[in-house]
Design a binder for this molecule. Structure first.
Ligand SMILES: [Zn+2]
Length: 231
């Protein structure tokens, strides 16, 4: 299970970190579904660089190490709280994005889907203007705004991804928690399912987590852990 620490190793700012999105005065509204429906430009202005610049980042040491574990037949799947799509970019096949993903966007009015690449072009992440009306908001032919499948405040977690994550957590012999402080529920509850079913939990995170006392082992340094996986 991976969290923000895995992304910050690749240079992606932690949404909650000192350089992150939550320093933006509009932060609470940016990922709020009611605000999105009222004025989608709040999200698109706030996230233009952050989300639509994600295509420029490459998988980091943890993404690559997990892909290696999968190739060696030692990893059944990845549960991630991240929305940067880097596990897929690294080639991992079973990735459950429990906070959603911008890989698809859907029209709020008619439900039509567009890919991340299509929206990126419409948003003009490199400084260009989008089409149709508000230059920041990519709109469908029907006039509705496209919303990323990232889970916003006020929305349910993606049902299928979360159910798959729960099932994976329950049948895991070992869950490795990487780069998350396990403070955002319900995702933070998943390692408990592994423990309840008799599995082991290893924690690799710089900061303490509420499950440290139940972990078989914990390590503070993500990069060092990823470097040690091949051996
Ligand atoms: Zn539409």
């Amino acid at each position: 299970m991976t969290g923000a620490g895995v992304s910050t190793l690749c240079g992606i700012p932690d949404f909650r970190g000192p350089q992150g999105l939550y320093r933006n005065p509009d932060a609470e509204r940016i990922f709020d579904i009611d605000w999105f429906d009222r004025d989608p430009s709040v999200y698109y202005r706030g996230c233009r660089e952050l989300v639509y610049g994600l295509g420029a980042f490459e998988p980091g040491p943890v993404h690559l190490a997990l892909k290696r574990m999968e190739d060696a037949g030692r990893l059944d799947g990845i549960i991630t709280q991240n929305i940067d799509m880097l596990h897929q970019k690294a080639g991992s096949s079973n990735v459950y994005e429990v906070h959603g993903s911008p890989v698809l966007h859907h029209c709020r009015r008619c439900g039509k889907a567009r890919t991340f690449a299509e929206i990126m072009e419409m948003v003009g992440a490199n400084g260009g203007a989008g089409r149709l009306g508000d230059p920041y908001v990519p709109r469908c032919e029907c006039g509705g705004a496209f919303k990323p499948d990232i889970t916003f405040f006020g929305e349910q977690l993606p049902e299928v991804a979360f159910a798959n994550a729960q099932s994976l957590a329950m049948r895991a012999d070992v869950m490795i928690v990487l780069g998350t402080s396990l403070t955002v529920f319900p995702a933070a509850g998943l390692p408990r399912l592994t423990l309840q079913r008799g599995g082991k939990v290893f924690i690799v995170n710089a900061q303490p987590t509420p499950l440290d006392d139940w972990a078989t082992a914990r390590y503070p340094d993500l990069a060092a852990f990823a470097a040690a996986i091949p051996s």
